[in-house]
Structures are given as C-alpha cells and as structure tokens.
Ligand binder design. Structure first.
Ligand SMILES: NC(=O)c1ccc[n+]([C@@H]2O[C@H](COP(=O)([O-])OP(=O)(O)OC[C@H]3O[C@@H](n4cnc5c(N)ncnc54)[C@H](OP(=O)(O)O)[C@@H]3O)[C@@H](O)[C@H]2O)c1
Length: 283
C-alpha cells in the first residue's frame, strides 16, 4: 500500500495513476472528498481515497495505516511528524517531490529553503529515500486557462526565461520506479524535459495544438508581483523573482535522466498539450 499525497494535483494524480497501472495498491490522501466530486473521474477506481490534511498531524497515523511506501509533497510544516509516523506504520520507502533550486542550498530564498528543509527531513528519516528535483512543470500552462477563456492573449511574467519543462507523467514514471523497484535508495534525480522553452514558445505550441490564434504579451514585473502577491506569501514572490528576474536559477539545462531511468524519451510540450487539450478552451 502506497500513500500518495497531492493526488488531486498535477504530479500526485499522475503518480497515483502510474502506481495503480503498475499493479500497486494505492491510497490517495485527499483533503476533502466532498469538495472534489470529480475524483472518480481522475483517479482509477482501485485507488482508495482517505481524508486527511498535511497540516493536521492528528490524521497521520490513520492515513498511513498499513502503508509501506509514501509519495510526499515538499514544503509542509509537519513533515517531521509525518515521517516519524510513517516509520511507525511500517513505511519502508519515501519518494520526495522537491525542486531544482534545492541543489543551490541558498537558504535565503524561501522556496529553496522549504525544499531543502523537506529534503533534510527525508534524508534523516531512517526510511529508504529518493528525492526528485524536476524542472518547472508543463502543467503550469494550465494557469493560462482563465486568460484563454477570456480571449486570445496570454500575459505571463519572466518572458525571457527558458525552462526545460517536464511532463508530470514523466515525474510520476520515475516516482513509480523508485517506489516499486530496488536500487533507487539514497539517490537525488534532477529531472528535465527534452527542450528549453520560453513562455511564448509554449504558447505557440499550445496554439498549434488547439488550432487557435494566440498571442503572448510579456507581463511587466510590477504587474506580475502584484498578481503573484495575491496567490502566495511575499517571501515566495521574492523567491521567484530571485530565480527568474535576478537569474539565481537556471532551469533551462537538459539532461537524460528520465530516458536513462525509464528507457523512453521524456515527453515534449507538444505531447503534453495534445494529451491535455481538453483542459483548455477551444474556439
Ligand atoms: N509547478 C512547478 O513547476 C514545480 C516545480 C518543482 C516542484 N514543484 C512542487 O511540486 C508541488 C506539486 O505541484 P503540482 O503542480 O502537482 O500541484 P497542484 O496541482 O497544485 O496540487 C497540489 C496538491 O497538494 C494538495 N495539498 C495542498 N495543500 C494540502 C494539505 N494541506 N494537505 C494535503 N494535501 C494538500 C492539493 O490538494 P487539494 O486538491 O485539496 O488542494 C493538491 O492535490 C508544488 O506544490 C511544488 O512544491 C512544483
């Protein structure tokens, strides 16, 4: 039984589906089943859902009962308690979703600090651990859905920044391998997609896939800051500006890790967009 956190999200959902397809017993941690009525449509029927919250340690023993594996999201305040409870429950392996900046170790950046803290706890947990540091996700393009519903223009920040964006299903393939197969303990995998794309490149590919005439407009920094501040703490806004405006993170580097581990090429943004075209408004 593998407990998958974030199973209603982009990566956790792919992990739950991939583990289920590989024949594993999967339990999905879901914050509020009544709030997510489409779960039967997004998770296979054989995935058991359990209600819980990573911010609520009182649920940890219950959600981890009989689990022997754990797929863990980073950045939650009670990760130490969760990992301690996992050891008590008999969990042997944990795969942590981290991020590319963790490699820098720059604790003055709040995003990096949060990833490093999660990684440190996982390494000290006594469980067999594997850490995944993927590039920016292709699924981040879903943030454009409201703009694409309102018109044909997408405004986005950091227009000049190319990212070797990665398909969540490729992250999930590696997570599945690390949870189900031997030999991945103690490894940190930097995962990238096959090409480095700027936001305008991604929009151009998406436009071709959707058959829409779409236009990209660089969002000025002050406008982006104000918008981001409505969605995240100020120190996270600063962290992303540190990464992409000050250049502290180069997420454009491409490597062969996904191919080497899974035996197949990482999916292109065009493949991701084609697979998820239904999530975007059509003409
Ligand atoms: N986006 C990137 O480019 C990128 C790159 C590297 C690493 N990461 C890391 O990857 C993580 C996952 O990304 P994603 O795109 O899969 O995220 P997502 O689609 O936004 O999904 C987040 C998931 O976390 C769950 N969640 C949030 N708060 C929770 C809580 N208190 N207790 C239990 N579950 C909770 C959500 O559940 P609900 O449905 O209940 O909200 C959802 O299932 C990010 O949070 C980030 O730390 C992201």
């Amino acid at each position: 039984m593998i407990l998958v956190t974030g199973a209603t999200g982009n990566v956790g959902g792919e992990v739950a589906r991939a583990l289920s397809a590989a024949g594993a017993r999967v339990r999905a941690l879901v914050r509020d089943t009544s709030d997510t009525p489409d779960i039967p449509n997004v998770l296979p029927a054989d995935v058991e859902c359990v209600t819980g919250d990573l911010d609520d340690p009182t649920c940890f023993a219950t959600v981890l009962r009989q689990a022997n594996g754990l797929f863990l999201l980073p950045g939650f305040g009670h990760t130490a308690e969760l990992l301690a409870e996992a050891a008590v429950a008999g969990v042997e392996r944990v795969v942590l979703l981290s991020g590319p900046s963790a490699g820098s170790g720059d604790l003055t950046n709040a995003v990096t600090r949060s990833m490093v803290e999660s990684e440190t706890l996982v390494r000290a947990s006594g469980l067999e651990w594997t850490i995944l540091r993927p590039s920016g996700f292709m699924s981040n393009a879903l943030e454009w859905v409201p703009q694409l519903a309102a018109g044909d223009v997408v405004r986005a920040p950091f227009a000049d920044v190319a990212v070797a964006c990665v398909d969540p299903s490729d992250i999930a393939a590696v997570a599945t391998l690390a949870l189900l197969e031997d030999g991945q303990g103690g490894l940190v995998h930097r995962l990238t997609g096959p090409e480095a794309l700027r936001p305008a490149d991604r929009l151009r590919i998406l436009a071709q896939v959707l058959g829409r005439d779409l236009r990209f407009e660089p969002q000025p920094d002050d406008e982006a800051r104000a918008e981001m501040a409505q969605e995240m703490p100020a120190e996270y806004v600063d962290a992303f500006f540190d990464f992409y405006a000050a250049g502290a993170l180069d997420d454009s580097h491409i490597n062969n890790t996904i191919r080497n581990l899974t035996g197949r090429a990482p999916r292109s943004f065009e493949q991701w967009a084609t697979a998820h075209a239904e999530a975007f408004p059509h003409p």
